[in-house]
Design a protein around this ligand. Structure first.
Ligand code: FES
Length: 571
């Protein structure tokens, strides 16, 4: 490869004092001149951390990636990046997705990097890594961490997240004991890897693959399968060729690829979080994407992946059934098969030989898991800029519902009162949570599956209509209207809902209506006092001033498309 074509050559190949220092300092780390001179320098961006259980194997995988890069004639450098362990990071990883995206972009820009292999998988890391890479525009390949293996408890399949919520409700209803609950702690997440349900991690890594950012089949390989290490090795080999071919994100992430991602999301019965992330990724790439495109994809594409929470299997079953390539074969007439992918082939070429080995786990179009739209986009006077509902994980009985609002002002209010025996709530009530959006949460936490009040659990109630500007974990389920925009914190209509107001949900009509007169709503709006700013310093200031609404992807306004950023001066 001609060294002058490499971006890294600006650092290494000049004959001035600075280039001397760059070569000198690289040799200081024990590398020989011939290890890096004239070679493509590949960043292995690693989100490994001991606070990120889903990524605990990524150190070993990074080594495999590096082996591949060396063997293909590149020079690998591992760059640690912010790790966002979904369960542990507070108040929510979503608060830091944009920070990770910024970090990735600036890591790649500020170092002598020619291409990148991105290692992640836990929920926000996939969009964060890809958003940064899309903005930087260098050749990049994604290595998903892979789902954890199947787990069972007392004979039944149990999935991360989905069954945590299920058993929590059973515990609160007195159906399982405290001892059972403690035993479950060590049984449900028994191997390395990301959540083994069709949560946000499995959804986003599959979307990354459908977009063409991973090697074929990569997103379905369980983390503990030996094939996962081989996939990492191959990704390292492949990125060196991608740099030679100058195959960049813009060549892969096109309007047609975006359509493929939406079809894939629906057929997976995937997480509603993907709506926010895919919009943000599209806007980074300058692609057009309205919420209604999700709705149209949902109307046309039933759920084919029989995986929790929409179905009743786990990601390892999905892998053995043929994985994502086999599911995409079922959808071939709805996909733009000519889209290019990181291995240099088209999506159509990549899935040409894929087969379904278990037609119950990966269903044909003639026998879907659920028939209605997996995700529907709602509008109405309560959500003028849109809201979403995961219809495939909701009780069909509640798809058309009218009930009185029980309003919680924020999450603390919800926690304090939800199990209060005197709470005026019944099975027909609509639980409303305010102050949980991108600014209000802050960071739009996954509070959208509001818990069912304990007294109703005891009566056997397991689902209710819930409305909020929050998100919901992809592993959760229930009739939860999410991402209401504009959010209550900025004066969206959700801020004006009061106890006892009637709310109407009609999923078929895509309608979310607050049955309060316009005059009364105007009166409440006039009396509304905007909440004060929360942060005087720190990253929170950036978030409070620049984060967008859910329907716009909740990205920072200054990170979306704009004039090209100049390359750093080297002196
Ligand atoms: Fe990491 Fe679910 S907690 S993927």
């Amino acid at each position: 490869m001609a060294a002058k074509l490499l971006r890294s050559a600006r650092w290494y190949m000049a004959s001035d004092m600075r280039a001397f220092a760059h070569r000198q300092r690289t040799q200081q780390m024990g590398f020989r001149r011939q290890d890096f001179m004239g070679k493509p320098v590949v960043a292995v961006v690693n989100t490994w951390s001991e606070m990120s259980p889903c990524h605990i194997h990524l150190r070993e995988r990074a080594q495999k990636v590096k082996d591949g890069i060396w063997q293909a004639g590149g020079f690998p450098v591992e760059l640690p990046a912010l790790s966002l362990g979904e369960v542990i990071v507070k108040p929510t990883t979503m608060m830091y997705r944009n920070l990770l995206a910024m970090e990735v972009e600036e890591l790649l820009r500020s170092h002598p990097i020619d291409g990148a292999v991105l290692l992640g998988g836990c929920d926000k890391t996939t969009p964060g890594l890809l958003m940064g890479a899309i903005s930087m525009g260098l050749p990049a390949i994604y290595v998903p961490a892979g789902p954890m293996s199947n787990a069972r408890w007392r004979g039944q399949k149990v999935g991360a997240g989905t069954h945590t919520r299920k058993f929590w409700d059973e515990l609160r209803a007195g159906k399982i004991s405290q001892e059972d609950w403690v035993e479950l702690e060590s049984r449900m997440t028994r191997t390395i890897g990301t959540c083994n349900t069709m949560g946000t991690a499995s959804t986003m890594t599959a979307i990354a693959e459908a977009l063409g950012f991973t090697l074929p089949g990569a997103s379905s390989i369980p983390a503990s399968d030996s094939g996962h290490a081989r996939m990492a090795h191959e990704a390292g080999e492949r990125i060196v060729a991608m740099i030679a071919e100058d195959l960049k994100p813009a060549d892969i992430f096109t309007q047609n690829a975006l359509r493929n991602a939406l079809v894939t999301l629906m057929a997976l019965g995937g997480s509603t979080n993907a709506v926010v992330h895919v919009v943000a990724m599209a806007r980074r790439a300058g692609l057009k994407l309205e919420l209604e495109a999700f709705d149209a994809a949902g109307r046309a594409t039933p759920v084919l992946a029989n995986v929790f929470p929409a179905g009743d299997n786990l990601m390892e079953d999905f892998f053995f059934a043929g994985g994502l390539p086999a599911m995409l074969v079922q959808l071939h007439d709805r996909l733009a098969l000519e889209c290019r992918t990181v291995n240099g082939k088209t999506l159509g070429e990549n899935i040409a030989t894929a087969k379904v080995w278990d037609a119950d786990v990966i269903r044909p179009l003639a026998n879907p898991v659920t028939k209605g739209a997996p995700i529907a986009v709602l509008r109405g006077n309560l959500a003028p800029d849109g809201a979403v509902i995961k219809a495939s994980a909701a009780d069909p009985r509640l798809a058309k519902h009218r009930g009185r609002a029980v309003v919680f002002k924020n999450h603390a209010d919800l926690s304090a009162r939800i199990d209060d025996p005197s709470l005026p709530v019944d099975a027909d009530s609509v639980l409303v949570l305010q102050s949980a959006g991108p600014k209000g949460g802050p960071g739009m936490p996954e509070w959208g599956a509001l818990p069912i009040p304990k007294k109703l659990l005891a009566q056997g109630v397991r689902d209710m209509v819930r409305v909020s500007d929050a998100r919901m974990s992809g592993t959760h389920y229930g009739t939860c209207v999410l991402h209401v925009a504009p959010e209550s914190h900025v004066g969206g209509p959700l801020a004006f809902v009061e106890d006892g107001d009637f709310i109407e949900l009609d999923v078929e009509a895509r309608r979310l209506h607050l049955d309060v007169s316009e005059a009364e709503l105007a009166r409440r709006k006039a009396a509304w006092i905007p909440p004060p700013l929360r942060y005087a310093r720190s990253y929170g200031v950036l978030l409070e001033r620049h984060i967008g609404q859910a329907n716009d992807g909740a990205d920072f306004d200054f990170l979306e498309q704009g004039a090209p950023v100049p390359e750093p001066e080297i002196f």
